[in-house]
Design a protein around this ligand. Structure first.
Ligand SMILES: *Cc1c(COP(=O)(O)O)cnc(C)c1O
Length: 448
């Protein structure tokens, strides 16, 4: 059989609430045209993020009942620790309330003003947490990967010659770590090849610089390697993931992505001294090292999710369903980041709306219009989010795991094609108020 089906059935349903076009116009005005400031109840299909929005399985809910809420030494922590160690091989597993807490602890311990941290592409919280320590965040994506239309199998790869040049210029002492983000979220959800990870590893090892994975979507990345990289077709996703982690010295992880959990994260390292400093800081702000700001039941949900996410039938469905959305809009003329990524489709709004200058946020304009037209929420990944660091003006449609069915996605396709048919009438926006950090979460706009 050719048809790829959702590899689950539905036991508990959540009704969707419809709004009228007049409601949505009023709600947009009230939210300052920032989709983060809308209430979730006013959204029909929410593609804002795949973070923390997964549907948990019966096994995860059952495990939550087993959650042990002891302050110290909970058996739930030991179950999580052994699940993470089996997958990653890292000696120290430090739970945190989400990925950015792991980043903040790692960077606070390791980074100083004058330091520079390369990444294939820094995610927004990663860049912000690094810059908050005074360190400089540098994105090293090869030039060909920046062309949104290039259909390369591993567009998330780090530019290794550029990494060598950066190390030669700044010296290894100024580089406290190199980070590779799998998959490359801000770069289009594109995978990183094993060959690239090995090449980065060779460079970092030669200069004794620790290599970290920002591992949020390790399973989706492993599936792409299995599908696309010669030599891995016969490997299980778990074997591929284990090899990816074996090349690194540590990782940060948001369990809100490839662990199907609604909250949680962790930080791993093999360095005993570093782990002790990290745990000291963890106690100060997150909690005791055997719960790290999470309930015992959350630790259980993560442990189970880390296993489920590597099931081949799940990953096949996951990557195929993202590709389904991407192909249906791209083949009808909507420019997307090619090829479709793992967790999201990114519409290249700069290319779709050439009449709106970047300083007037074309992807923001498209996102507002999709909500106005069909109640769909998406997120801008461009000049609103990254200011002058933005490489493209993208609108991300992130797909929550195991949540929406194919008919929901068909509705999204129809809405996008209808907006595309009258795209020349879309107008730009300007910012009227903004905070000092991560402005996209709370700034307000007005139409130009
Ligand atoms: C989500 C994400 C983070 C941050 O994790 P949170 O759990 O949202 O704090 C870091 N890096 C990448 C690549 C992410 O996608």
């Amino acid at each position: 059989m050719k048809t790829i089906i959702e590899p689950f059935r539905i036991k508990s349903v959540e009704p969707l609430r419809r709004t009228t076009p007049e409601d949505r116009e009023r709600l947009l005005d009230r939210a300052g045209y920032n989709l983060f400031l809308l209430d979730a109840e006013d959204i029909l299909i929410d593609l804002l993020t795949d973070s923390g929005t997964s549907a948990m399985s019966t096994q995860q809910w059952a495990a939550m009942m087993r959650g042990d809420e002891s302050y110290a030494g909970s058996p739930s922590f030991y179950r999580l620790k052994s699940a993470v160690q089996d997958l990653t091989g890292f000696r120290h597993v430090i739970p945190t309330h989400q990925g950015r807490a792991a980043e903040r602890i790692l960077f606070t311990v390791r980074c100083r003003p004058g330091h520079v941290v390369p990444n294939n592409t820094h995610f927004d919280t990663t860049r912000a947490n690094l810059e908050f320590t005074g360190a400089e965040a540098v994105d090293l994506l090869p030039a060909e990967a920046r062309d949104t239309q290039a259909r390369l199998p591993f567009k998330g790869d780090m530019d290794v010659p550029a990494l060598e040049r950066l190390i030669a210029e700044r010296g290894p002492a100024a580089i406290p770590m190199v980070i590779v983000t799998v998959t490359n979220n801000s770069g289009g959800g594109q995978p990183v090849s094993m060959a690239n990870l090995e090449a980065v590893r060779e460079v970092t090892a030669r200069h004794s610089i620790p290599l970290y994975l920002d591992a949020c979507r390790f399973a989706e990345n492993a599936w792409f390697i299995k599908q696309r990289e010669p030599g891995y077709a016969g490997w299980t996703p778990r074997q591929i993931a284990q090899k990816m982690f074996s090349l690194a010295d540590g990782c940060t992880f948001s369990a809100k992505k490839d662990a199907f959990a609604n909250i949680g994260g962790f930080l791993c390292t093999n360095d005993d001294v570093l782990a002790q400093q990290e745990k000291d800081l963890l106690i100060l702000t997150e909690g005791f090292p055997t719960y790290g700001g999470l309930a015992g039941r959350d630790l259980e949900a993560i442990a189970v999710g880390l296993d489920e996410v590597l099931h081949a039938d799940y990953l096949e469905y996951r990557i195929a369903s993202t590709g389904y959305l991407g192909r249906h809009i791209a083949d009808a003329g909507v420019p997307i980041v090619e090829p479709p990524g793992g967790h999201a489709i990114y519409i290249d709004a700069g290319r779709m709306l050439p009449h709106i200058p970047h300083a007037q946020f074309p992807a923001q304009s498209l996102g507002v219009e999709l909500y106005r037209h069909a109640g769909i929420r998406t997120v801008e990944i461009g000049s609103v989010m990254f200011g002058e660091h933005a490489q493209n003006e993208l609108l991300r449609l992130a797909i929550p795991r195991r949540v929406y069915t194919q008919s929901h996605i068909d509705y999204v396709v129809e809405a996008i094609l209808e907006v595309n048919a009258r795209k020349d009438g879309l107008k730009g926006y300007e910012i009227t108020e903004q905070p000092a950090f991560l402005r996209h979460f709370s700034c307000r706009f007005r139409p130009v």
